[in-house]
Design a binder for this molecule. Structure first.
Ligand code: XLS
Ligand code: NI
Ligand code: NI
Length: 444
């Protein structure tokens, strides 16, 4: 493995505290620091993604690639380009000092001239990945298949009107699921970027619903057949690239899974920017998943308050992330999941070293949010107030309602007999907002 693409950075990046003048150090992230009985690294389980940082040249709808990424140059032999890309990626990951990475099949193994050639490239590339994982110790948080870039998928993979495309997508997922297992991946993710529609005028909604359910059932069956021990995760997003995507948000995906008897087969991979695109806060999406036992993993990033698309910026707000991390901790923390930086540089951040600055700042934001979340949990900043607010449900009336013994008529009779006259009690939102802020300002 060559070690030559990030020569400005010595690595591995070390913790040096908030007062360090060196931006290529961690200000808060200390992998071995113990927080609530667990190492920071084991709480956060940080990973970097290979798509935005290594497979995207900095193009946008109006302009050419701006980044200095020699492995993406035109005219290279696909295997030579793949090898360079993997060398760069694994040099970056080990210098950054994070335990995991995430990848789509097509980020590193492009399609060849025909099916056989595609398979030849794929096998050779995955051997290279395996070697680099072994030599660096970096592990796979999750693998996934790209079912959205190639024109064959323009009308969807699982929800394509053509069953041959469904079969093609199934074959691609089968191979990538098996490869994720071979590489020791902790999860397998399905993001349905084109599982949706652009126009209802040409779409059979009920048919596509059945197709998607069948696809997810087949994937779950195959997981059990091969004995993959990781978790299957679905990543919600409301739209982009299609106008409407079936996996809109956590609650929609959860409802779909329940409707098709798949709720024990899949969990959720929640992305901050997808939450805000769907009109929710990221805190809401995480809280929903935790409340229903559906939390799998997180794609860490952020949107832009002025733009209505998936800008995938690096997270920088402790105020927003602390509450999401709080929910994760409250739910017992990650099992197979972690924080994957599904985030990309701005197109003007052309230096390769910018990749380090972006990840370091995002990782420190997460680490700081972890400290705040742990502090809130230990001090019962929110849990006490919430428990008090619902305390009535511990009494006889509350229990009789929830265990189903009280009928509507029983309740009506009780209201009359006992002359119920419940008085409004303050929800105390501003007080709690102030208390959360105190933890954000003071946690250490
Ligand atoms: C795109 C998604 C994608 C998934 C993996 O918006 O975030 O990157 O995480 O396919
Ligand atoms: Ni994502
Ligand atoms: Ni995204």
């Amino acid at each position: 493995m060559r070690d030559q693409f990030f020569t400005e950075v010595e690595g591995p990046i070390r913790f040096a505290g908030v007062d360090s003048a060196d931006p290529l150090t961690y200000a808060v992230y200390e992998p071995d620091r113990v927080v609530m009985g667990k190492r920071m690294e084991d709480h956060l389980r940080i990973g970097a993604c290979l798509w935005h940082s290594f497979a995207w040249p900095g193009i946008d709808m109006f302009g050419a690639g701006t980044f200095d990424r020699p492995w993406l140059a035109a005219g290279l032999d696909p295997l030579e380009a793949a090898e360079m890309k993997l060398d760069a990626a694994f040099e970056f990951l080990s210098k950054l000092g994070v335990p995991y990475f995430c990848v789509h099949d097509r980020d590193i193994a492009p399609e060849g001239v025909d099916g056989r050639d595609t398979r030849r490239i794929f096998d050779a590339v995955m051997d290279m990945v395996e070697e680099r994982m072994a030599s660096t110790g970096v592990r796979l948080l999750w693998g996934t298949a790209n079912l959205f870039t190639h024109p064959r998928y323009m009308s969807g993979g699982a929800t394509n009107p053509n069953p041959e495309v469904f079969a093609f997508a199934a074959a691609q997922v089968k191979l990538m699921l098996e490869t994720t297992q071979r590489l020791g991946g902790q999860n397998y993710v399905l993001w349905g970027g084109r599982e949706g529609y652009d126009s209802l005028l040409n779409t059979d909604l009920a048919h596509e619903d059945r197709q998607l359910a069948r696809f997810l059932t087949l994937v779950a069956e195959h997981k059990h057949r091969i004995g993959f021990e990781g978790a299957l995760l679905i990543e919600p997003k409301p739209h982009e690239p299609t106008k409407h995507q079936y996996d809109r948000d956590a609650a929609t995906v959860h409802g779909f899974l329940v409707r098709h008897g798949l709720e024990n087969e899949y969990k959720l991979n929640l992305e901050a920017n997808h939450a805000t695109l769907s009109g929710h806060s990221f805190h809401h999406e995480v809280a929903y998943a935790v409340a229903h036992g559906m939390l799998g993993s997180i794609d860490a990033n952020r949107g832009d308050y002025q733009n209505g698309w998936d800008t995938d910026q690096f997270p920088n707000s402790v105020d927003e992330l602390s509450l999401a991390v709080y929910e994760i901790l409250r739910g017992g923390g990650f099992t197979t999941g972690g924080f994957n930086f599904d985030a990309k540089l701005r197109r003007q951040s052309v230096s390769r070293t910018d990749l380090f600055h972006a990840h370091i700042s995002g990782i420190d934001t997460l680490a700081r949010s972890l400290l705040v979340a742990a502090d809130m949990l230990e001090r019962e900043t929110l849990s006490k107030a919430v428990a008090e607010r619902y305390a009535g449900w511990q009494g006889e009336l509350g229990r009789s309602i929830l265990d189903g013994t009280a009928s509507l008529a029983d309740l009506a009779a009780k209201v009359e007999a006992e002359e119920f006259d419940p008085k409004p009690i303050s929800g105390g939102q501003e007080r709690l907002e102030g208390e959360v802020n105190r933890r954000i300002w003071n946690a250490s």
